[in-house]
Design a binder for this molecule. Sequence first.
Ligand code: GCV
Length: 844
Amino acid sequence: MKHIRPSRLLALLAVLFSAISSVIGQTADQAWLKYELKGRVHSFFPIAVRALGSDVVEQAAMAELNRNLGLLVGQDASKMTARLKETLSGETVLGTVDEIQKSFPNIHVSQHLGPEDFWIWGNHEHGAKQLLIICGGTSRGVLYGAFELLRRPVVAPNLGLPKEGLIGRPAMPIRWVDEWDNIDGSIERGYGGRSIFFDAGHIRTDLAPATEYARLLASVGINGCNLNNVNSASAFFTPEMLKEVARIADAMRPYGVRVSLSADIASPQKLGGLPTFDPLDPAVRKWWNDKVNEIYSLIPDFGGFTVKADSEGQPGPASYGRSPADAANTLAAALAPHNGVVLYRAFVYNHHLDWTDPKADRARAAYDIFHPLDGKFAPNVVIQTKEGPIDFQAREPVSPLFGGIPHTSQAMELQITQEYLGQQRHLVYIAPMWKEVLDFNMRVDSATTPVKQIVSGTTFHRQLGGMVGVACVGQNGWLGSPLALANLYAFGRLSWNPDLRAEDIAAEWTRQTISTNPAVVRIVVNMLMQSWPAYESYTGPLGLQTLTDITGSHYGPNVEASERNGWGQWHKADHEGVGFDRTVATGTGYVGQYSPELANIYESTATTPDNLLLFFHHVPYTYKLHDGKTVIQYIYDSHYDGAAQAAHFVEDWHSLKGKFDPALFADVLPRLEYQANHAIVWRAAITQYFLKLSDIPDAQGRAGHYPNRLEAEDAHLTGYKIIDVNPWEDASRGKALSCDGLQSCSADFNYTGNPGSFEVAVEYFDLQGGSAKFTILINGHQQDTWSADDNLPSRSPNGDNSTRHIAHNIALKTGDVIRIEGTPDDADHAAFDYIEILVRSSAQ
Ligand code: GCV
């Protein structure tokens, strides 16, 4: 961190303390920094905490420790009585290497601390002589050491401090989150409400949540935050806006989080009025130099730029026949004198590919474009590559680019926000996927070269490198769903130490966030660990990608949305078979982008792992996987297994009732119930789609057979019209009912089964643009009523918004009339698909 002027320091201190003391709407305590949780408070360190330096980050570290200690004794440590202090005597001292050495000349301080490293050492004495030191390479190291100390009793309750002290150092220098916030306060792919930074073209007045966010980030070692959407960046570069952005930098600085901005390559033309944005044009270079100088005059520790160019409609150097290296290096030259970096995204591809060309392949793009440029990038350029070659799908192979640019610094980009993974409405803990990628051996030059060592800079001896997580936090509990926060936590922990295990991180997070009760930890960790496999199973298994609506919501099932368009997410399913031939021998040649050992594995169906089979190969439905099961049967089975697993999450959560914060329990339960139901929507859509396409029945007789279902279009209708649902697979038999232009409509079903008490499930479409009302009546008597007021994507009935309401304990006898009455509201036409009469009672 650069030297900061005293006046600025005072301003920063004011920010820090106002953030801590004022009443804050959204706080880091709502995530995992819950010091009041049993098991978090401890007497691990003496309560008299002293920071040797006045640096704002060191002060933040001290404040954090006092916060925890304050809860230890039920009061603020700074307000404790002398007697109490005497009882809990000794001293915890914070400082940089220089500060500690100066104050404690007799203590041998480790000389090898990098700027973000820390050393925690205790003299193992008791009483007044007890001394605990948190020493950092710089004040940021001190801060990370403080958070380590606070986490330790939760993470490693039985471990004391080793005699020689505890050293901590991050595995990689770049540990950033990206926000895709727009200047109007909306967030691209954000599922946690509106921006904590921006609103209506300005920076928010109250930036306390930004400080709290920085605190949360720092607690897991994240040191950078790129604030704005890569798709709408230029508006942030006006002089007025940059002054406002400096306020965000001030708000986050106490926690060592440097801010950076996405840069639009066309800014010199769009904002500067130049006739060109050719990166090699001298006037363009000067514009960038001046702009960067202006930024650093306002934000001396500015991190740098993130660039999306020549991608999905964003302007780029290709307009002038220039390469990404030309563009990146122009920005890098402007940033270099200030120690700023360019994170140039490898997500560059043509989204107007010719789907009729068997050789066209989007997966090839990053490697085809960036591999030839290896070694041509300035030292402060980092190529930021998504973990897979397509776009954060349920499963993809690891991007071959990680092994393809050994002379270039690299960062791995991953998504914390669950764009293609259930958008935070589904529980999907992504750390196991990230771990698979980090541990994946690229076998560069036949050596052991796991991705984690490539992106940390170790393998190819690069100074720079790291991990970037697209977080898209908002005002609604950061990520909009309590359990989704495990992903933000895991991202930070893995970027600090990619050797950690996903299940251990899950346990750490659970203990800090939910409960330290071993039974709770076991069940929650199990749910988290099962969640990605379950999601993959009920969406797109075998490397098919998510099978969602890729041109729209990216949420519900829509198998053909990926086909016959230029976006290149094709899976090439037809009557005979499914999968994309990317082999060298007969396909697009993508396989050849991997090292020879990996290419050999992926080139053959026999050696390709089943879970990626259809990403690399086109095979008949009757092709047998390694365990002898056919591809088509696997598709059926995995969807039934995945949906069963999702139903299990509800039961697991129920089993935890009464064991922790009832508000958290009550918040999460309906989310899991929703997920279990949406998994059924997915299951029905994908299985009936492939059943129809392949014409091969499910050997277990499930796909296409729904014995408990009563189709809405078979009912006796009053007002309701039968409509075609698009895509057809998102509704039972492709049809549903819609109440168009009437005050209310109804559908009557004759019950012909045995008498008893049942659950009646109504599968309806909760459309945007209104809250329709539904009522269930039996023989004219109302049994249940509810509003379709969830916030699900789309205004047309489809798998995005297909959801269900379950009425419990409904007594039925043969001949009863079950009536579903729908009352539309505005654009929500009370559409529904079917009802199901279920014996199972889940009225828990
Ligand atoms: C910011 C996907 C997302 C886009 C995103 C893009 C990217 O295509 O759907 O919203 O744009 O990735 O990473 O640039």
